[in-house]
Design a protein around this ligand. Structure first.
Ligand code: NAD
Length: 291
């Protein structure tokens, strides 16, 4: 396939490199000076989008996606696919899809989980919104960049799945960390706490697969001084997107809101920026009820 790839940062560069390695012809554009193995660079987003079957975008946020989409949609051939893999707000995803479809394109929103490691290894999970037809065209690219792609329904539903999942993750990580901090104060050994909870009804991915307590459970960022992994500021971005969506849809999400507020304090006031999102445990550990 001929592919245009716009946004070659931490995630986009290894994703584009994997597509090129698999034999696809990839033309890239990034506003920063970058080079990616196997990818020919174009002088603009519109140039990268011209004459290709699929344009992939991997950008920081919804405003930038809207701007880039306005440049590339008019340059793309009818019947081509605009495949956005960025994490953005649901409304931007739906607006961009509407514009693309009005121009005779297929549009897919396909945010990922798996992080930079998954992007490099080609083991991302894609949560996809958009038409069956668009999904069928992009399928072989998902298979190269990832290990799983779930079609979640019409445009915007990929973003909806991503922010709902990450809202659960943020809330359960906080619950797991505050429970460890309480257990410490009650004199309960952390290993015993893990052995019980990981096989009882309190278990979760946060406890069982990504335990926030150093030296306990499987190896996780806690064992590497909370180097990310999944940085607290990226969790905050996703929790903010989930709160934006909850407001727009009039959904009552008190735990999601509490998690968002806590990660905002952690990142903006308490030195959490650049630390893994499981570093909530040392945060709670140091505090008492009145803090
Ligand atoms: P990044 O900042 O490393 O990369 C973004 C790239 O977009 C940069 O290279 C930047 O120069 C480029 N860019 C910005 N504006 C542009 C424009 N107008 N035209 C062309 N290029 C432009 O970010 P990242 O970590 O690669 O994340 C990309 C997306 O993936 C984000 O939406 C993020 O939320 C999501 N995501 C990231 C991770 C992760 O672990 N990093 C995990 C899952 C999802």
């Amino acid at each position: 396939m001929k592919i245009g790839f716009i946004g070659l940062g931490n995630m986009g560069a290894p994703m584009a490199a994997n597509l090129a390695k698999a034999g696809h012809s990839v033309t890239g554009y990034d506003m920063a000076e970058v080079s990616v193995e196997g990818v020919e660079m174009a002088p603009s987003a519109a140039q990268a989008a011209k004459g290709v079957e699929v344009v992939i975008t991997m950008l920081p946020n919804g405003d930038i996606l809207r701007k880039v989409a306005a440049e590339v949609i008019p340059a793309m051939d009818k019947g081509a696919v605009l495949l956005d893999c960025s994490t953005v707000d649901v409304q931007s995803a739906r607006d961009v899809a509407r514009q693309a479809e009005a121009a005779g394109l297929h549009a897919l929103d396909a945010p990922v989980s798996g992080g930079v490691g998954g992007a490099a290894a080609g083991t991302l999970t894609f949560m996809v919104g958009g038409s069956e037809e668009g999904f069928a065209i992009a399928r072989e690219l998902f298979d190269i960049m990832g290990q799983k792609a779930v079609h979640c329904g019409p445009s915007g539903n990929g973003q909806a799945a991503k922010i709902c999942n990450n809202m659960i993750l943020g809330v359960t990580m906080i619950a797991t960390c505050e429970a460890f901090a309480l257990a410490d104060k009650l004199g309960l050994d952390r290993q015993a706490m893990f052995d019980v909870v990981s096989t009882s009804s309190g278990y979760s991915w946060s406890m069982n697969a990504y335990c926030p307590a150093p030296g306990i459970g499987p190896v996780s960022p806690a064992d590497n001084d909370y180097q990310p992994g999944f940085a607290a500021e990226l969790m905050l971005k996703d929790l903010r997107l989930s709160q934006m969506a909850a407001e727009a849809a009039d959904a009552d999400t008190p735990m999601g809101r509490a998690a968002c507020d806590l990660y905002a304090r952690f990142v903006e006031e308490e030195g959490g920026k650049g630390r893994d999102f499981s570093a909530m445990l040392p945060r709670f550990e140091k505090r008492g009820r009145s803090a």
